[in-house]
Design a protein around this ligand. Structure first.
Ligand SMILES: Cc1ncc(COP(=O)(O)O)c(C=O)c1O
Length: 428
């Protein structure tokens, strides 16, 4: 599939770097995890965490699989609503304004409150809405489930929040949520959240109709051995996570009808995209050879993860036998730190490609429009799912009229150009 001729054809259409999206892999991940969890507990839902990658093709795919998504901002909520019924959207996140709360609650989404500020907004809404069913995001500092988000269960915050909520007419607490993760714990990480959330739910159940335990995300997904070996702990498979989560929930569940929700992001989407970047130049510097790629560290590793990227060279067939050599892979920004790999051994020449595997999560929508904005996306059949961003898409949100004269016109003999600086004026 990733032969040079195929990549070259796509590059001519969408630009010299682009993501290749494997929809079948996303479906496999989603359905595999949900199916395995449901073998343990049929009342389980998997809400794909949109922050990992909100590409519309993914959200449409979740809708097609009768799935759910999790969002953490009004922006993500609105993206999700284009494809999914409101009741299939779980709304978390630190800032939900009164209008956002009203919008999502009226529509029927599960909203998990994060703060006392949101409680105050809810108090203003409670009289207006006949019935309000909310969840609470929690954290448990002494169990290493510490977080800047949600209500602290141990210092009285949760009790204070419940007291506020109990005083509001028509308001019920129906869900408990926690996404304080420590991946190094392997399967014990989500299991701890299940234990702690179920304990609180059991305590609250006599007075609060808790229907859902939501353990957030934080799982790791399927990955090639060379990535897996870079973690300092054994990375569980999705089946191992599902078995541990399912068994723990069956054991600790606070009632026979409580639902379980998991909100995976990276584990569902990381292995569904690879980033292909054209080699623009290979040249010698004083400290060795370098290859310039038409991508940047901002796309390859925007979260500055310590896990080294998994790279593969795809070269055009050549007559002459070119020898592999050690190369520093550098990116297309003008920052000295834009180094994608310090030492990559391959026989690269201009026109070749470097593939960066497992770039589906926290990459495409995490890339800033710095110097070169985000690239396009195609599926494995070569269908374009997203065009590369460019001046038109990036400038669309700036409030200036885009009627500037072409820079190539001579400024001296052109009245409009003489007024050039005035043509970019605010239009409101
Ligand atoms: C509330 C919540 N749920 C789910 C996730 C998804 O996490 P991950 O991509 O690690 O699975 C996150 C990530 O930050 C989150 O904040």
């Amino acid at each position: 599939m990733c032969e040079h001729a195929f990549l070259d054809k796509i590059a001519r259409e969408v630009g010299d770097s682009f993501y290749l999206f494997d929809e079948a892999a996303f479906r496999r991940n989603y359905l595999g995890l949900r199916g395995r969890l449901r073998q343990h507990w049929p009342g389980t839902d998997v809400a794909y965490a949109l922050k990992a990658n909100y590409m519309p093709a993914l959200v449409a795919c979740v809708a097609d699989m009768q799935g759910q998504v999790e969002v953490v901002s009004r922006f993500e909520y609105d993206v999700a609503r284009r494809f999914l019924l409101a009741e299939r959207i779980i709304y978390n996140g630190p800032i939900k304004r009164e209008a956002d709360l009203r919008f999502a609650l009226e529509a029927g989404s599960q909203v998990n409150l994060d703060s006392f500020a949101e409680l105050e907004s809810l108090a203003r809404l409670a009289g207006e809405l006949p019935r309000v069913r909310v969840g609470l995001r929690l954290n448990f500092p002494s169990s290493q489930l510490m977080s800047r988000f949600g209500f602290d269960v141990e210092n009285g915050e949760l009790d204070e929040a419940l007291t506020h909520l109990e005083a509001l007419p028509g308001v019920e607490v129906v869900a408990l949520h926690c996404h304080a993760t420590c991946r190094a714990l392997g399967v014990e990480d989500p299991v701890r959240r299940i234990r702690r959330l179920c304990e609180v739910a059991s305590r609250l159940l006599p007075t609060h109709p808790i229907e859902t335990i939501n353990i957030g995300g934080g799982l790791l997904g399927e990955m090639p051995a060379s990535l897996r070996s870079q973690f300092s702990f054994p990375v569980p498979s999705l089946e191992e996570y599902a078995d541990a989560i399912g068994e723990a929930f069956v054991h600790h569940r606070p009632s026979a009808v409580t639902r379980l929700v998991v909100e995976p992001g990276v584990s569902l989407v990381a292995n569904t995209m690879c980033l292909a970047a054209r080699v623009m130049e290979v040249r010698q510097r004083r400290d060795g050879w370098q290859a310039l790629l038409d991508t940047s560290i901002n796309a390859v590793n925007p979260t500055r993860s310590s896990v080294a990227p998994l790279l593969e060279a795809v070269s055009a067939s050549r007559d002459e036998a070119s020898q592999p050599q050690s190369l520093k892979l550098v990116g297309h920004t003008c920052m000295e730190h834009d180094v994608i790999c310090k030492d990559f051994t391959a026989a690269l020449q201009p026109g070749d490609f470097v593939l960066v595997k497992n770039r589906g999560a926290y990459s495409l929508n995490y890339t800033p429009p710095f110097i070169v904005p985000a690239c396009g996306v195609v599926d494995l059949e070569g269908r374009v799912l997203k065009c590369a961003d460019g001046e038109a898409t990036i400038l669309a949100s700036y409030m200036q009229q885009l009627d500037a004269p072409q820079a190539s016109q001579p400024a001296s003999n052109n009245k409009e150009n003489a007024d050039h600086e005035h043509t970019f004026h605010l239009c409101r």
